[in-house]
Structure formats: C-alpha cells, structure tokens
Write a protein that binds this ligand. Structure first.
Ligand code: DC
Length: 211
C-alpha cells in the first residue's frame, strides 16, 4: 500500500506520515529532506545558487543520510531547498529515487508536496495536510527557537508565506492538493488527534478500494 501525505511546511504532515508508517508497518520517506540536502550540498559546492545543471548532478547521487538532519532542517537549508525545488532538472533527477522507494514490496509512506499528484498518482490513500498560516508559523517559530535559531515570529510568518507562494506557483509540480486527496486540517488538533483522523482517512480509502 502506498500512502501519499502532502501539504505545506509545518502543517504536521511529517509527524502524521511518520505515525502512519509506524502504524501500518511501512517505511517512510520525508521527500523534503531530499530537496533540503540538494540545496545544502549545492551551497557547499560553491556553485551559483541558480546553477541548475550542477544542482541536478548533485540530485542524481544525493543521500540525505550523509548530512546532519539538524543542519538540513535549518531555515537556511529550507531556503536553499525551495530554490532547487523549483528546478525541473532537479525534480526529474529525484523522481526515480522517490518512485523506487514507493515501489518497495509492501509499499511505503511518502510525504512532500507532489507525492499524490506527480510521484505516486496511483497511491492507495492520499492526504493533503494543512493548518492556518498563523498556526504553522507558531509551530515553526517554536521549533527554530528550540534549536537556538532565534527568529521573530513575524519573520517566520513572512518567510512561510513566501515559500508557500513559491511552492504553489512554480510551473513544475506545484504544491497543490490532488483531486482525490482528503483534506486534513490540523490547526486545532493535537498530534494524537491528527494521527487518529489520518488513520481514519487511510482506513476509509483502503476500504473504498476493497483492501
Ligand atoms: O517539507 P520541507 O519544508 O522539508 O520542504 C523543503 C522544500 O522542498 C520546500 O520548499 C518544498 C520543497 N519540496 C518539494 O518541492 N517537493 C517535495 N516533494 C518535498 C519538498
């Protein structure tokens, strides 16, 4: 079974995806980490931030485990990720890696922005996880400050809005809800409540397919 969990930053999709994977005993891929690793590695390489050929070359052999996850989750790596995520050659280079992961025997849970639309359009269950911009900024602000990356709430909110707009408006694989994805709004939900709702959505999707 393939479960596609898409949605904007700090919507809770990563947490929901991880919990679904544990519940159904499936491997989980956080595809945002792939883009973050490519953006970070491009910056480290000394190539220009808009060098698409260099970024695609890095993407073709990227292993996110080779990098410190805390570094990849920093605000700076997030900015670098958004830039390379808008490059068609990078998306193409990462496509097979993601599809290969999804094709594992037994299936997988993948979270990102275009899993249900581009990577796994035939996924058995699709969720679009979201939350209000203010709530997502609150969560991201807490997370960044908890890691010692001091940033004003207003700056986090502005950065989030800018990234959302960039991800949703890019020509190649824009971050949009798939027609057949079920919306899960986590604005007022606890982590446990969001997971329960997600599990209910996945079970209903499986039942609907007679699985
Ligand atoms: O989910 P995240 O914040 O780790 O994602 C980092 C960036 O990568 C963000 O700008 C969206 C982009 N991304 C994407 O375009 N497609 C994906 N499948 C996953 C992430």
């Amino acid at each position: 079974m393939i479960v596609a969990v898409d949605g904007p930053s700090a919507s809770g999709k990563g947490t929901v995806a991880k919990q679904l994977a544990a519940h159904y005993g499936l491997p989980h891929l956080d595809t945002g980490l792939l883009y973050r690793a490519v953006g970070y590695a491009l910056a480290q390489s000394g190539a220009a931030p808009d060098d698409e050929a260099a970024a695609a070359e890095i993407a073709a052999r990227i292993d996110p485990k080779a990098y410190d996850e805390q570094v990849l989750r920093s605000a700076a790596a997030g900015g670098a990720a958004a830039a390379v995520a808008a490059m068609p050659q990078v998306r193409r280079a990462l496509l097979e890696l993601q599809r290969g992961f999804a094709a594992r025997p037994g299936g997988a849970v993948l979270d990102g922005r275009d899993i249900g639309t581009v990577i796994c359009p035939d996924a058995h269950a699709k969720l679009w996880v979201t939350a209000s911009a203010e709530e997502r900024a609150r969560r991201r602000h807490l997370e960044l400050n908890g890691r010692g990356e001091a940033m004003e709430y207003e700056a986090v909110l502005a950065q989030l809005a800018e990234r959302d707009a960039r991800d949703a408006s890019r020509k190649d694989a824009p971050a949009v809800q798939a027609d057949d994805a079920v919306l899960l709004d986590t604005t007022t939900l606890s982590i446990d409540a969001a997971f329960e709702e997600a599990r209910r959505i996945v079970d209903a999707a499986l039942q609907g397919r007679g699985l």
